[in-house]
Design a protein around this ligand. Sequence first.
Ligand SMILES: Cc1cc2nc3c(=O)[nH]c(=O)nc-3n(C[C@H](O)[C@H](O)[C@H](O)COP(=O)(O)OP(=O)(O)OC[C@H]3O[C@@H](n4cnc5c(N)ncnc54)[C@H](O)[C@@H]3O)c2cc1C
Ligand code: FES
Ligand code: FES
Length: 450
Amino acid sequence: MLDFIRYNEHLTGTKIGCREGDCGACTILTGELKNGMLNYSSATSCLMPLGNAAGKHIVTIEGINLEGLNVMQEAFTEEGATQCGFCTPGFIVSLAGFCISEKTPTYSNAIDSVNGNICRCTGYKSIERAAATINERMQQRNGKDSLEFAVENKMVPGYFLGIKERLQKFSLPTNGKDSNGMQAKYLGGGTDLYVQQHDTIVHEDIDFLFDKQHLNGIFKNANICEIGAAATVSDIASSLVFKDHFPKLDEYIKLVSSTQIRNMATVAGNFTNASPIGDLTIFFLALNARLKLVTGNTAREIYLKDFYKGYKSLAKTPDEIIERIFFELPGQNDHFNFEKVCKRTYLDIASVNTAIRLRIEHNIIVDAGLSSGGVGPIPAYLFKSSEFLVGKKISSELISELIALAQTEISPISDARGTEEYKRLLLSQLIKAHFIKLFPALPLEQVMHL
Ligand SMILES: Cc1cc2nc3c(=O)[nH]c(=O)nc-3n(C[C@H](O)[C@H](O)[C@H](O)COP(=O)(O)OP(=O)(O)OC[C@H]3O[C@@H](n4cnc5c(N)ncnc54)[C@H](O)[C@@H]3O)c2cc1C
Ligand code: FES
Ligand code: FES
């Protein structure tokens, strides 16, 4: 998408920084119709496959210029929030996304919209002040239609009001057949593939999975949650099913990449990339998720915990597509927690991450799942530790024994994210964190000093 914008369309306001999704200089907005509603979300165009733009409104910095400065540009100028200006188009586009989103306008949401944008020279205080000014303007929206308000208030140009009608005129096949057996490469959001295989992937045959209807949606059937494989991290973050069953969802999601990447990154992409530190993989391993794999007319199911055979080696043939993911939603007796430690808190991959699920009936653990990433060649489901918990009562002694057992199940190596010893220590501390957060009545001092 970035190359198309700059070299085909000659729209050079969108900048090239890292080409790896890390800096946000290339941020664009994509507008699409979902259930008859027009929604805009931000994306890093350097990682966005051009094929994923089909049927959408792509907005670059040029597309939000007005006669004179728009509200975001005005705020940046007044607050001195730009110096060399290289990062500025990315920030302005992300903030335009905030202005036209249906989310409640709050300072925190304004800041979240730019959490994937990096500035090397201004210092973030002036950018934060500009975001605060923009948020103040948004306070006058008072339930008004977000696009109408943004147009009236010089945030985006008037042509935005005609986009819904223009998109309705497209008739795109949403149920395109999968290319099983045709050797085409499967592609979700592209946030792994375009980083890892940037030079070769543009020449390959691609099966674009991102917008296929049968690979999307998040549903609840009784106590089972069913997720389309191409659902994104942002889809999970906004899903009422997830919000209902994971009270700390927002805290977990904030630890995963950035707003732009979350809008593109799919669940199946995370699983298939098989990174030992994939956050969604660790999250769903503890939930004992099942995958539906499909090839041609054949379908089979496999537990996520049985999906990883060795480093980047999967229990799946190359032509099998992950179609759906299932897991049992946590109920009243269930306790779930996710923890992640990185070198920096946000927009970073984990040194070690871990998730736990415990079902407790009459003070006894009757079912458990413990997973951890960054502690071996594959995203690890800690089989022995999970089994060990069943039939036990929660106590500091139990946590101590669990930590000792978990240490026998892992094999971390020293690398850029920490030494072997550090990662072992991290897992022990994060297991304590699980119990401290889930059972605040536990004697904290005792657990901390285990
Ligand atoms: C800047 C940046 C920050 C990141 N931060 C994090 C982070 O904090 N935590 C984290 O976990 N990850 C992070 N990632 C990694 C990445 O965003 C995730 O792994 C993401 O979920 C990958 O999904 P995708 O749809 O983009 O995958 P793609 O790149 O489209 O595909 C990845 C692999 O999955 C395959 N695939 C995709 N869908 C299917 C399917 N339905 N069936 C079979 N195969 C399929 C593809 O063929 C490919 O092999 C980050 C990436 C970037 C660039
Ligand atoms: S160029 Fe840095 S995120 Fe795209
Ligand atoms: S103003 Fe120079 S990088 Fe942000």
